[in-house]
Design a protein around this ligand. Structure first.
Ligand code: MN
Length: 230
């Protein structure tokens, strides 16, 4: 028995310093997880429970790629984010043991059609076409926990530059909901499985990137990502 159509293999991310790869199952994203970013988006920055949206797994883009400027937007935004890669699944995971479910970390960019997202917000419609489009989820090679520890238990820097100019600059300790808390909350809604990625939310300073520009992201101890827009 075989498939009646040709399909791609499951999307994969490289592992830093290894020929092995990480098979990506689902991409979950945390909304408004930095106070200053919540304020810049016009939201209430008080600590309400985290909320989530998704991108398709094949929205993954590898580090060093040149992406196309997406259709249907005139306000294409970068959002630099820590990415947690789930190695062990579960549901209703307790916060105390949640970090044991993390295989490793990467540096991601949650690319956003901001105008499409805003229109969806205004009309009470889903965000999917503002967030979950082709090439919307760049991510570096992953580094295992044994090498990087759990970066948001410290105050490492997270930043993003466009054409060499710093646009976003913050620290990982300013996540409103840390990785352990996020895994605990998310696993109350869905069963997490090995291969799931969680984009942990972006600091303030989001803004547009235009054709011909290059984004360079950095997270202390995790890595650097470079993505160009054709
Ligand atoms: Mn985001």
């Amino acid at each position: 028995m075989s498939y009646v159509i040709d399909i791609e293999d499951r999307p994969q991310l490289p592992i830093e310093g290894s020929d092995d790869t990480f098979p990506v199952r689902r991409i979950y994203c945390v909304g408004r997880n930095y106070r200053a970013h919540a304020i810049e988006m016009g939201a209430d920055p008080d600590r309400e429970p985290p909320f989530f949206f998704m991108k398709p797994a094949d929205a993954i883009v590898r580090n060093g790629s040149t992406i196309s400027y997406p259709s249907k937007t005139e306000n294409f935004h970068y959002e630099i984010e820590l990415v947690a890669a789930i190695g062990r699944g579960g549901r209703n995971i307790a916060e105390a043991g949640a970090l044991d479910h993390v295989w490793g970390y990467g540096v991601g960019i949650d690319l956003t059609r901001r105008d499409v997202q805003q229109a969806a917000k205004d009309m009470g419609r889903p965000w999917d076409m503002g967030k979950g489009f082709d090439e919307s989820a760049p991510c570096t090679a992953l580094r295992p926990v044994g090498d990087v520890g759990h970066p948001d238990t410290g105050n490492g820097a997270i930043r993003l530059k466009v054409d060499g100019e710093v646009k976003q600059e913050s620290t990982l300790d300013l996540h409103i909901w840390n990785v352990a808390e996020t895994i605990a909350y998310l696993s109350e809604y869905v069963t997490l499985e090995p291969g799931d990625l969680i984009y942990m939310g972006t600091p303030d300073g989001v803004g547009p990137v235009r054709p011909g520009q290059t984004m360079e992201g950095h997270i202390d101890g995790v890595g650097d990502i470079t993505i160009a827009v054709a």
